[in-house]
Design a binder for this molecule. Structure first.
Ligand code: ATR
Length: 276
C-alpha cells in the first residue's frame, strides 16, 4: 500500500515541503506521497489521533503546533524534549515518536555549505524565539567556544540560556549592546522573522561594526537575500540564507522516515527554482 507522509500546520498553503519531499520520494522510487494538511489550533489533538488511525508513516509539524503537539505523542526524543519543540514525527510500529531536526538542520547546512568546522567558534544569535532555541541547543553540541544571544526582550534570551543548562560560555545582550560588539564574533545568525516578506526593508540589528570575513547567516529564505544579508555582503561578510536550513531539516526528517538520506543538492534546486 502507498505510504502517506504529511505536514500539519496553519497556514501550510505556501509550504515548499510537499514539492521537495514528493520529488525525493519519486526520485528514490519510494511508493509514498507527502501531503500538507491545514490544521487549526483547536483541532490539533483530533488531527494527530486521526493521522495515527490512518497509519500515517510520518509527518512534519510546523507553526503553530511545534510545542502544543508534545502531549499528544506517544514519546518524544530527548533533544526535542529539551528544545520543547517537535518538527518531525515518525510512526514506529503504531507509536508516534517526536523528533526535532530544525537545530541539526541549521548546523549541517552551516558546516556543509560554508565548509567550516564550528569547533572553537564565537557565535551571536539574534532572537530568542522557537527557532533560536533549537539552533542554540544544536550549537552547544558542536564544540563552539561561545554562543551569546541578543534579543529585543532581553529576559527571553536569559531564559533560553538558563534552560539549556549548557557549559558553553553564553551571555544575553540587548540588540543595542550586541551591535556595539559585533567584532567579537566569527558567526552571526538572525533567527528572527525581521526582514521577511513583506517587511523586506527591516533589519534585525545594525551591522555598522561588522568585520570583513565574518560569517553572517539568516534563517529567512523569502526573500532569498534579505536586506540584512545584502548589507553584510557589502561589508565583506560571507553570507548564507535560510534555504540550507530548510532543506537539511527536511532531509533529516526524510532520513528518519525512510532510512535514506536524500540528495540535498537536488532538494535545494527544487526549492530555489520555486523561490527564484
Ligand atoms: P519563532 O518560533 O519563529 O522563532 P517567535 O517565537 O515568535 O518565532 O520569536 C520571534 C523572535 O523574533 C523573537 O526573538 C522576537 O523578539 P521578542 O522576543 O522581543 O518578541 C523577534 N522579533 C520579532 N519581531 C521583531 C521586531 N520587529 N524587532 C525585533 N525583534 C523581533
Amino acid at each position: 500500500m502507498k505510504k502517506l507522509f504529511a505536514l500539519i500546520g496553519c497556514p501550510v498553503h505556501h509550504s515548499l515541503s510537499p514539492l521537495m519531499h514528493n520529488d525525493a520520494l519519486q526520485s528514490l522510487g519510494i511508493d509514498a506521497y507527502y501531503h500538507a494538511f491545514h490544521v487549526e489550533r483547536e483541532q490539533l489533538k483530533e488531527a494527530v489521533f486521526g493521522l495515527k488511525a490512518l497509519q500515517v508513516a510520518g509527518f512534519n509539524v510546523t507553526i503553530p503546533h511545534k510545542t502544543a503537539i508534545i502531549p499528544f505523542l506517544d514519546d518524544v526524543d530527548e533533544t526535542a524534549r529539551e528544545m520543547g519543540a517537535v518538527n518531525t514525527v515518525v510512526n514506529e510500529n503504531g507509536r508516534l515518536i517526536g523528533y526535532n531536526t530544525d537545530g541539526e538542520g541549521f548546523v549541517r547546512a552551516l558546516c556543509e555549505q560554508m565548509k567550516i568546522s564550528l569547533s572553537g567558534k564565537r557565535i551571536l544569535l539574534v532572537g530568542a524565539g522557537g527557532a533560536a532555541r533549537g539552533i542554540y541547543f544544536a550549537l552547544t553540541r558542536q564544540g563552539v567556544s561561545q554562543i551569546d544571544i541578543c534579543n529585543r526582550t532581553v529576559e527571553k534570551a536569559v531564559q533560553v540560556i538558563a534552560e539549556a543548562k549548557s557549559d558553553v560560555s553564553s551571555t544575553a545582550y540587548s540588540l543595542q549592546e550586541a551591535e556595539e560588539r559585533l567584532e567579537n564574533y566569527d558567526i552571526i545568525i538572525n533567527t528572527t522573522s525581521v526582514g521577511m516578506t513583506p517587511n523586506i526593508e527591516e533589519m534585525p540589528i545594525s551591522l555598522h561594526n561588522l568585520q570583513k570575513g565574518t560569517i553572517v547567516s539568516d534563517i529567512i529564505y523569502n526573500p532569498l537575500e534579505t536586506k540584512w544579508l545584502q548589507e553584510a555582503k557589502a561589508r565583506g561578510a560571507l553570507v548564507q540564507n535560510g534555504v540550507g536550513m530548510f532543506v537539511y531539516q527536511g532531509a533529516l526528517a526524510f532520513e528518519k522516515w525512510t532510512g535514506i538520506f536524500p540528495d540535498v543538492k537536488r532538494m535545494e534546486q527544487i526549492v530555489l527554482k520555486q523561490l527564484g
